[in-house]
Design a binder for this molecule. Structure first.
Ligand code: G3P
Ligand code: CA
Length: 291
């Protein structure tokens, strides 16, 4: 987790490993590279998901990569929230009792800034705010952390891809270092991932899938994505081998980084299949399990 090596992409790790071993052993060595463990929604098992305390908790655990979900407010601010609706993770019903609709896109950034997004996770987090993407990028830079940025519900936020790229550019996250080593953009919305790839072909991208894709679907994703990431329960050794036999959008081996692995036994099983990484709400538990 906390090391310069861990911050390098697994593609780079595979390449580095390949330089050190005879050609005949290269395939086995690449498959044995330790999967990278990323903190899901920060360190969501310990702190309110998708908030600055959650990223700080991941940092305190030595987690270099964090995953988060971005959406857009009614007035165009990019903020972090997983659900379409604010009720599960905020006190929106108390602060805005008369509002019939509690979807993120129906609120302005100023309205969201009034919400408590921490108390639901425990009293120590009372008063935690929903962060903007911009605030998050600053915090990750301060912590030296890297980002798996999921575009959530892109169909509800038309044009959000361009808005995200604008913020990333403004905060310095589209420079060579960030693009090569510190950022992957992903979504269940394949059109959204394709749009990101078309606008910024140098960025690493992932397609998230809710069911195991066919070979033909994988081939399509590989034209604009570097990774195809299912729920870990849909992964198998055969699936990983099928993914790894393809080349991704940047001509490197297509990768797979399943989500969300929260037990030591599942982590060891998934790692044994040769995955390139995994996300976890309990990244310290999973990291320890991998040894
Ligand atoms: O890393 C992908 C994973 O976050 C997708 O699932 O529902 O947690 O956004 P979800
Ligand atoms: Ca997510």
């Amino acid at each position: 987790m906390r090391s310069r090596t861990a911050a390098v992409t697994s593609v780079a790790l595979s390449t580095a490993a390949a330089l050190l071993v005879p050609a005949a052993a290269q395939t086995a060595t690449a498959a044995e590279v330790r999967p990278r463990v990323s903190g899901h929604r920060g360190a969501a098992g310990y702190a309110p998901e998708n908030t600055l305390p959650s990223f700080d908790k991941a940092d305190a655990l030595g987690v270099d990569w964090v995953e988060t979900d971005v959406q857009r407010t009614r007035d165009g601010e990019l903020i972090l929230l997983h659900d379409r609706d604010l009720r599960r993770t905020t006190n929106v019903e108390t602060v805005f009792p008369s509002r019939a609709n509690r979807a993120v896109g129906d609120f302005t950034a100023a309205e969201l800034a009034r919400l408590d997004a921490g108390s639901w996770k425990g009293a120590p987090f009372a008063g935690t705010r929903i962060p903007t993407l911009s605030q998050t990028l600053d915090r990750l830079d301060r912590n030296g952390q890297n980002l798996l940025l999921e575009i959530k519900q892109p169909d509800l936020h038309p044009g959000i891809e361009g808005d995200i790229l604008d913020v990333l550019a403004r905060k310095g996250w589209l420079d060579e270092n960030h693009v090569r080593n510190r950022l992957t953009v992903m979504s269940f919305g394949t059109n959204s991932v394709r749009t990101i790839h078309q606008k910024r072909p140098d960025l690493m991208t992932s397609v998230l899938v809710s069911s195991r894709p066919s070979l033909s679907a994988l081939r399509g994703y590989a034209t604009y994505a570097d990774q195809v990431n299912p729920d870990y329960r849909q992964v198998s050794g055969d699936f990983v081998a099928t993914v790894h036999a393809l080349k991704g959008a940047h001509g490197k081996r297509l990768e797979t980084v399943p989500w969300v692995v929260n037990t030591a036994s599942a982590a060891r099983t998934v790692a044994g299949w040769g995955v390139d990484g995994m996300t976890s709400d309990l990244p310290d538990v999973v990291d320890k399990a991998l040894g």
